[in-house]
Design a protein around this ligand. Structure first.
Ligand code: ADP
Length: 381
């Protein structure tokens, strides 16, 4: 019998990193890529070129496929609903995916589920935002986000005066931009993330809760497990992850990003319904990687064990800086460093790869990971 075809929308590094897992499981990966030299197209044999919003391209992608899944959320939901109505399994389904596509929909639903969120409001005008700012309990500031289309901090601004998002209000009013969401500026001590996998028949597994360090709105470093995390807080984070996965009917991998407050309170920031940067450590640090698990979950196969292989894993992103050819750094890396390069052209600040180091002493693991990432980037550690 032919191998099941898993159809994936999106040709970036997440689809690329699904390829080794698909190979090991004997699956046939077919990826819809934006162009023939994209990160995933370099390694996936069956990589048709097309736009995620093109019905003809999607039709070809799902032909004979066992399931349709995604490496990003930017796919028109109407097309997915049509495919689902015709009996093609779509995981995560459009009813779940909308919560990762639209931050106002996400906040509305999480609030209804009783999941703790920052104070928030959909704001339609400068006056609405001024009212929101007037209710601030601490500093008179708000975090304003475009409800759709943002990523890596693009579409997020800390605002003290509505004039600072005048351009976004204008774009929303003329229909060229997304509606706006205002949130309290959360005085968090750190950011945590819980990664969850859920299969259509209901099985749920979570990986250990991690700490993620953001720089300039981009994930820089992930430590697994989150150091010094109170066991009760860890249990609560996992429970929030399960509640979101089950409440929203998510299938596949779900990342729930959270803020931890000084008293241990958790507030949910963001959701991603696909493998996520906060889970890259699982490739080298966990029994089952998030990429293998995503494939298992969307095919409704039994989920793999999510325990860590070693006491500590530190993952550091390789961002575009000085080196034009990252592979030049390979001879310089120590034997314990696991490096993952995405085959992308170097541009300042762009996510080009990551390194992971695992071991039993956090300080030494982190130092080795930082040094390795700096070597690949060609910068001082
Ligand atoms: P994106 O969708 O672009 O990843 P996020 O909503 O995750 O945007 O926000 C990016 C970063 O901005 C977060 O990781 C966090 O550091 C900061 N941030 C977002 N929302 C808030 C908030 N309400 N209070 C404080 N910081 C925030």
């Amino acid at each position: 019998m032919a191998a099941p075809v898993v159809a994936v929308v999106g040709g970036g590094q997440l689809a690329r990193m699904m390829a080794p897992a698909a190979t090991a499981l004997g699956l046939h990966l077919r990826v819809l890529v934006e162009d023939a030299v994209s990160s995933a197209a370099q390694v996936v044999v069956d990589a048709p070129v097309g736009e995620p919003g093109d019905p003809v391209a999607l039709e070809r992608l799902v032909s004979g496929a066992a399931v349709l899944t995604f490496e990003h959320e930017h796919v028109p939901n109407t097309l997915l609903t049509e495919l689902g109505d015709r009996g093609i399994p779509v995981h995560p389904g459009p009813d779940a995916l909308v919560h990762a596509q639209d931050k106002i929909v996400m906040r509305t639903r999480l609030t209804a589920l009783g999941v703790p969120c920052p104070r928030w409001a959909a704001v339609e005008s400068a006056d609405g935002l001024r009212q929101f700012l007037d209710q601030a309990t601490g500093e008179r500031a708000a975090v304003v986000k475009t409800a759709r289309g943002g990523y890596d901090g693009k579409g997020v601004r800390v605002v003290r005066d509505p004039a600072e998002v005048h351009d976004w209000f204008s774009a929303a009013a003329t229909g060229t931009g997304a509606p706006l969401l205002a949130e309290e500026l959360v005085p968090f001590t750190r950011e945590l993330a819980v990664l969850v996998a859920r299969r259509p028949s209901g099985e749920v597994r979570t990986w250990p809760v991690v700490e993620s360090v953001q720089r300039d709105g981009v994930c820089a470093e992930v430590i697994a497990p989150a150091p010094h995390l109170d066991p009760a807080t860890a249990a609560q984070a996992e429970q929030i992850g399960r509640t979101v996965a089950e409440g929203l009917g998510v299938t596949g991998v779900l990342a729930v990003e959270m803020f931890e407050l000084p008293d241990g309170t958790l507030l949910v920031n963001e959701l991603a319904m696909r493998p996520h940067n906060s889970g890259h450590w699982t490739i080298d640090g966990a029994v089952t990687s998030q990429f293998e698990q995503h494939l298992r979950a969307v095919l409704d196969l039994p989920l793999g064990e999510t325990a860590a292989r070693e006491p500590w894993s530190v993952m550091i992103n390789v961002l575009g800086s000085q080196h034009a050819v990252l592979t030049d750094a390979l001879p310089l890396l120590g034997p314990g460093v696991k490096v993952h390069l995405y085959g992308k052209a170097v541009r300042p600040g762009r996510k080009l790869g990551h390194v992971t180091v695992t071991g039993d002493d956090l300080e030494s693991v982190r130092a080795r990971a930082r040094a390795a990432a700096a070597t690949v980037m060609g910068v001082d550690a």
